[in-house]
Design a protein around this ligand. Structure first.
Ligand code: PLP
Length: 461
């Protein structure tokens, strides 16, 4: 049997329409180089989403393969339990603290972004228990946010498909308004008015629940999987005023935005965020190894260290958190980022990328085009003049992603949004080719959707 047939028979896929997959089968990607990946038949694709927002340095980076092989030969596997350590993880922790966007004191390693955010929740609960604040346990996130799919992280994720049918969210998770102008701004409302209203909604939620019950607020600098939603100007400034007033800690989820994606090393630096803790993963190893990290401020770290005397071993951790091969690869990634000035490169090419995104707002299917740095989203609509949304489960964005694939471009359909986040090493001419392929896919999709009467001629304009 071929690989595709074996896949359908044996693999249960995440974030996939399972019934549909049984019929259509997988796209089997076999190798990659630069911004391109190749399927089993040798067909080439631009990886327009960097393999789930991860492969920042592109595919086939020889230095990373060599680093992994050397570390595997040297040590192979080890852990951090029972006070054990190894050189690569120590150097990586020190490097992360050096480049961090706030004065953090300690790093806790996990294998994934979801584990990192579950760790955030547990550490915050533990911290408040150690401080005798037993009621201060609830955590607020935003509608449309994505923080992972484990039980606790999924509870903070603000997307219905991660809750319905899974008996979630857990009761500690509370939700406030998504800062999307497209979804939530009133006609004519300025950024100033909109952000004031968003901050007021947040404060009302805190006051209704009782500030003594609210421990944290978690936010992605730019909402990623929830549809590429950059915040309006001044948003985090206003939100942070509210958080400070009620002693609520800010958890910065940089799983997508960390390591250059927005044209700065961290998203927090773009939006003036002053987080007490931070989660990062994905581009930390350019996606080459599963690794994530939680960065903690001195307040939380010191309470954990000093107030746990005589309480025995710290009851939290993962066998593979800070795995030596993953840590070695991550260190090498951070070194290559500096050597190749990846953040400077993103700043250089982002204007062309964003200009092409902006130009697509004229396309009859696109109701809103948004982006920052090298992340962008096209919000597809049924009628662009009336900003009429597509009917529920219309399949238009999925059709567009499939059309893009036929034209040699991998993008993601997130609800009605087509998401782009190419490897950060993408060059100007490659950006041109990416958008040429995307335009063909949008045109195909528009004709298909018109044929099915999903979008009307009113879409043109
Ligand atoms: N947080 C954010 C912002 C993410 O985008 C993701 C994954 O896409 C996660 C957390 C979860 O990371 P993982 O899939 O590694 O568990």
């Amino acid at each position: 049997m071929d690989t595709a047939g074996m896949d359908v028979d044996s693999v249960l896929h995440p974030f996939t329409d399972l019934a549909r997959h049984h019929g259509s089968g997988p796209l089997v990607i076999e190798r990659g180089r630069g911004i391109h990946v190749y399927d089993e038949q040798g067909r080439e694709y631009i990886e327009g989403i960097a393999g789930l927002w991860s492969t920042s340095l592109g595919f086939g980076v020889e230095e990373l393969a060599q680093t992994a092989a050397e570390e595997m030969r040297r040590l192979g596997s080890y852990h951090l339990a029972d006070g054990k350590s190894h050189p690569k993880v120590v150097r990586l922790a020190a490097k992360l603290l050096e480049v961090a966007p706030a004065p953090f004191s300690k790093v806790f390693f996990t294998g994934s972004g979801s584990e990192a955010n579950d760790t955030q929740i547990k550490l915050l609960w533990h911290y408040n228990n150690l401080r005798g604040r037993r009621k201060k346990k609830k955590i607020i996130s935003r509608a449309n946010s994505y923080h992972g799919s484990t039980l606790a992280a999924a509870s903070l994720t603000g997307l219905g498909s991660f809750h319905h049918g899974f008996d979630l969210p857990l009761p500690f998770a509370k939700q406030t308004t998504c800062p999307s102008r497209f979804h939530n701004a009133e006609p004519g409302e300025s950024d100033e008015e909109f952000t004031t209203r968003l901050a007021r909604n947040l404060e009302e939620l805190i006051l209704t629940e009782g500030p003594e019950t609210i421990a944290g607020f978690i936010a992605e600098p730019v909402i990623g999987s929830g549809g590429i939603i950059p915040p309006p100007d001044g948003y985090f400034e206003k939100v942070q005023e509210v958080l400070r007033r009620h002693d609520v800690r800010l958890i910065d989820d940089e799983v997508i935005t960390g390591f250059g994606r927005l044209g700065a090393y961290w998203g927090a630096q773009v939006y003036g965020m002053e987080p007490q803790t931070l989660s990062c993963s994905k581009a930390l190893s350019s996606g080459y190894m599963p690794i994530a990290a939680v960065l903690l401020d001195e307040e939380l770290s010191s309470v954990l260290v000093t107030k746990r005397r005589n309480l025995g071993p710290f009851g939290h951790g993962f066998t593979f958190g800070g795995h030596p091969t993953a840590a070695a690869v991550a260190l090498k990634v951070l070194e290559l980022m500096e050597e190749r000035d990846v953040v400077g490169h993103v700043r250089g090419v982002a204007p062309s990328f964003l200009k092409r995104i902006e130009e697509l707002s004229a396309h009859p299917l696109v109701g809103d085009a948004r982006g920052v740095g090298l992340i962008g989203g096209l919000h597809l609509v049924a009628d662009k003049r009336g900003r009429k949304p597509l009917p529920l489960n219309s399949g238009v964005a999925v059709h567009c992603a499939e059309a893009a694939q036929r034209h040699g471009l991998i993008v993601r359909a997130l609800g009605d949004v087509i998401a782009l986040a190419p490897p950060l090493i993408i060059e100007e001419d490659e950006i041109g080719e990416l958008f040429a392929r995307l335009e063909r896919a949008l045109d195909d999709t528009y004709h298909w959707a018109r044929g099915k009467d999903i979008v009307g001629s009113a879409g043109e304009g």
